[in-house]
Design a protein around this ligand. Structure first.
Ligand SMILES: N[C@@H](CCC(=O)N[C@@H](CS)C(=O)NCC(=O)O)C(=O)O
Length: 210
């Protein structure tokens, strides 16, 4: 299996999941400016829109879209409980989280990513919405270690990959668009808890993120 990734991008989520599962995999780095892979291929020929994550299976099948990729991976090792069993209400709860993260948080960052083009108005619209959604996540984390309760799931990996964007220097430099987590004590404790996991530390080290 190969995971195509850009350091620090949303592909960090399946990277963490692969580490958590202890699966054998290769990483292929993609240059976000040139869209070329580290072995010199044009990434847009592999991924229609040129975005990561992309998972290449051993038979050459390509699987796209982060929420689908992490569920595919977790289902390879059901005992890991990174995704609850298919067909159970808990599985739909995981999909509820992954859908929320992909549409409300992940894509919520887009106007900030494009803030230079969108201008100050775009930031002033996008930032409070993200902060409101992070406050809601903070409330959901009250009294629980991870998003779905006592155990780490694929949803935690995704939220971690997205939350580290919040205070990135490039956001702070553009119209002070960085997201503040002040007062969100549950979220901050969760972040440190996830960050301390060996699988997460290994992914951060590999991507040169600290
Ligand atoms: N819908 C896709 C979105 C993936 C996405 O937005 N990837 C970004 C990084 S977080 C990317 O590769 N951007 C590079 C580009 O678009 O050129 C998913 O959820 O997997």
């Amino acid at each position: 299996m190969k995971l195509y990734y850009i350091p620090g991008a949303c592909s960090l989520s399946p990277h963490i999941v692969l580490n958590e599962l202890g699966l054998d995999f290769d990483l292929v780095k993609v240059d976000h400016k040139t869209h070329r892979t580290q072995d010199g291929r044009d990434f847009r020929e592999l991924s229609p829109f040129g975005y990561v994550p992309l998972l290449e299976l051993d038979d050459g099948t390509m699987l796209r879209e982060g929420p689908a990729i992490v569920q595919y991976l977790a289902d390879l090792k059901p005992a890991s409980r990174l995704a609850p069993e298919n067909g159970t209400l808990e599985r739909y709860r995981l999909q509820e989280w992954l859908s929320f993260l992909t549409s409300e948080i992940h894509k919520g960052f887009i106007p900030l990513l494009y803030a230079v083009l969108a201008g100050k108005y775009g930031v002033e619209t996008a930032k409070p919405k993200l902060e409101q959604r992070y406050a809601w996540i903070d409330a959901q984390l009250a009294g629980r270690d991870y998003l779905m309760g006592d155990g780490f799931t694929a949803a935690d990996a995704y939220l971690y990959a997205l939350t580290q964007w919040g205070q990135a220097a490039w956001l702070a430099s553009v119209y002070r668009a960085d997201i503040h987590f002040d007062g969100l004590d549950n979220l901050r404790a969760w972040y440190q808890r996830v960050r301390a996991r060996p699988a997460v530390r290994k992914a951060l080290d590999t991507e040169g993120l600290r």
